[in-house]
Structures are given as structure tokens and as C-alpha cells.
Design a protein around this ligand. Sequence first.
Ligand code: TYD
Length: 136
Amino acid sequence: MDVNSVRLIQLPKIIDERGNISFIEEDNHIPFKIERIYWIYDVPGGQSRGGHAFIKQQELIVALSGSFDVMVDDGSAKQTYSLNRSYYGLFIPAGLWREMQNFSTNSLAIVLSSTHFDEKDYIFEFDEFLKYNKKL
Ligand code: TYD
């Protein structure tokens, strides 16, 4: 998988003086069926998480609150996206190394996943990922 297949998706935003609304519909704003939603919270400022790749899992990551960076790597090229708006989602297809970095204090990340949790779907070692992606 190529790092250029990662996409920043602008989500709908209903602007209202009482407070704004954004939403995500599967197959409409994201190209997969949502099988799981998880969120990452109470992250100490400056922490990193999620240094691994998924074999099958596609995902959309949204910074619902605060900010963090998502670094994606295909073994040849890297890209870093700074997420800090709740109406943008980062779509990451399967087969890419990804790491979430520089969480701000009180940030909230939500991840929409195309799969149920399955530890066997993880590639935890970067060398193993390079072999998997035929870069080693
Ligand atoms: P992990 O995905 O490794 O977190 P990160 O990539 O942010 O470092 O998950 C950490 C732990 O939580 C691990 O023991 C698996 C467990 N977990 C679940 O049981 N279900 C889930 O949906 C997720 C995302 C994690």
C-alpha cells in the first residue's frame, strides 16, 4: 500500500450559533462499513500511541477535541498529518505503518474501524512491516 492513498476527508459541518454539528455516514463519507468505534482519551500531553500497521483494518481517525499528529509510512515514504478540527477525518487504508504523536493535553481521538478488534491483524515490528510491504 502506498502512503499517497491516505486521504484527509472534510466532513459535513452544520454551522449553528447554538453549536455546530458534524457527522459521518458509512459508504457515504467513508469507503468502508464501520464494525468498531474506539476512542483514545486521557493521553498525557506529548505522548505517542499506535506505532504499528494493520493487515486488514481500514480506519478513519478524527480529532474530536485537541490535536495530535498522525504519521503514516509505507516503507519508502512518510507523511504526517496534523489533526486539530473535528470536521476532518484521516482515512488510512490497510497495510500502512501509522503512529499517533504529539497529543495535546485533553485531546480526544475517535477511530472508526472497518474490523472488530483482532490482535492477529496487527504488525507490531517495523522490520516485519517492511517485509510485508516488500520493502525489505
Ligand atoms: P493498541 O491498539 O495496541 O493501542 P495503541 O496502538 O494506541 O498503542 O491497543 C492497546 C490495548 O488495548 C491492547 O491490549 C489491545 C486493546 N484493545 C482492545 O481490546 N480493543 C480495541 O478495540 C483496541 C483499539 C485496543
